[in-house]
Design a protein around this ligand. Structure first.
Ligand SMILES: Cc1ncc(COP(=O)(O)O)c(C=O)c1O
Length: 389
């Protein structure tokens, strides 16, 4: 069971409801990072002294844990570390060779991260870009669209209402059959709803460890044949085995070092080690912890849904819920909550296109719950919201 000792840095009465941006880090994760800095501070992959060996072992273990978490085989998939989801998606799209593709497809409910990088891809390659609709339940009508040789880049969980790409398996099958590739933005799925991805053989999954109780870090899980459709366009130290005046030998040519394909330069070793600890922490959670998150979500969602003044974007309860309160400016409401030590987000959460231009909504308030939240937090939020509304 999650212990509040693991989040003991939260002050009394402080309620953190911004897990969709960055989840709080439990003590064991912070400890693992501290341990890296105080016990084996070293550069990975290059260092032969004992600190380096410890770092290498932990980094390698983290890669293995990621694949295990996603139920993907190391025979087909590789794990590379980057800065964040945005960086991972851009790294892939900016190096895809357009000769293999006919267009790029994204969806209307995307975070700016795939939404804008798909625009950049279209500009760079001259290939058309299509923005397709998502059903209320988050699925995509595969019969509605032509996926022939398409690059599809979509999320499997939204960052404003958590709706999921329910038919991800079907979509993956259809895209592959049509000769396309599918890149999944899993930023919002990895912490609380990774089940949707488990064993699904997409071409790449990009996500941010900082949304899964880990330090700031990006991750790309990619199918080894993806790079056959790419040209090297971002390269430097840590990626090559040999360099001549006008040529080089990529380390990624060997399976053992394939991850280097997306890891140019020195990596965030301490953060990777901390991420390994976060995966252990997530794997160690009990049914009670998940039930606690579900109960808190239900309690807060039902409370808000009962008010005539609250207008939800959500179609159903989800730990991530966005809404506006009739007659109240969301930014002012966010400030009022902050004065009561409730930390929540306001605005369009980098999903401007859909929330502002498709739905035409005013700026919103977003509560995104995490595994650290207790029923007392929800009681407090309900009390304050009652006063405010
Ligand atoms: C669905 C989704 N995609 C992409 C991102 C971008 O993540 P990052 O800023 O870590 O790159 C976010 C961040 O909130 C997100 O929620």
């Amino acid at each position: 069971m999650v212990s509040m000792k693991e989040f003991d840095y939260l002050g009394k009465g402080e309620v953190y409801l911004d897990s969709a941006c960055q989840s709080l880090r439990p003590r064991p994760v912070i400890e693992a990072i501290n341990q890296y800095y105080t016990e084996h501070n070293s550069c990975g992959e290059r260092v032969k002294y004992k600190w380096g060996v410890i770092t290498d072992d932990k980094v390698e273990a983290t890669r293995e844990k990621v694949l295990k978490y996603l139920k993907l085989s190391s025979r087909k998939y590789t794990v590379s570390f980057t800065l964040n989801t945005t960086y991972g998606i851009n790294l892939i799209l900016s190096q895809l060779n357009p000769k293999h593709f006919s267009k790029i497809i994204t969806s209307e409910i995307e975070h700016n991260s795939p939404f804008l990088s798909s625009m950049a891809f279209s500009k760079r390659t001259g290939l058309p870009r299509e923005v397709i609709e998502r059903n209320e339940d988050g699925s995509i009508d595969v019969d509605e669209y032509d996926f022939k040789r398409a690059v599809v880049v979509v999320n499997c969980a939204s960052n404003f209402d958590g709706r999921k790409l329910k038919n991800i398996k079907e979509l993956t099958k259809v895209v592959h059959k049509a000769g396309g590739i599918i890149i999944i933005d899993a930023a919002q799925a990895m912490a609380h709803s990774a089940d949707i991805l488990k064993g699904v053989e997409v071409d790449a999954i990009c996500f941010s460890a900082h949304k899964m109780y880990a330090p700031s870090l990006g991750v790309i899980v990619w199918r080894d044949d993806l790079t056959e459709k790419m040209e090297v366009g971002f390269i430097g130290g840590g990626m090559v085995d040999d360099v001549k005046k006008e040529s080089y030998l990529l380390s990624a040519e060997s399976k053992e070092h394939r991850y280097t394909r997306f890891e140019s330069g020195l990596q965030a070793w301490g953060e990777i080690v901390g991420f390994g600890a976060a995966l252990d922490w997530l794997n160690g959670l009990s049914k009670k912890d998940w039930k606690n998150l579900e109960d808190n979500t239900r309690e807060l969602y039902d409370f808000l849904a009962n008010s005539d003044k609250v207008h939800f974007v959500n179609n159903e309860a989800n730990p991530t819920m966005s809404f506006y309160v009739e007659g109240l400016d969301s930014h002012m409401l966010g400030n009022a909550l902050s004065r009561k030590n409730i930390m929540a987000r306001t605005g369009y959460f980098c999903a401007h296109y859909y929330l502002d231009h498709v739905l035409g909504l005013p700026p919103l308030l977003r509560f995104s719950l995490g595994l650290h939240n207790r029923p007392e937090d929800i009681d407090k939020v309900k009390k304050v919201m009652k006063e405010v509304i």
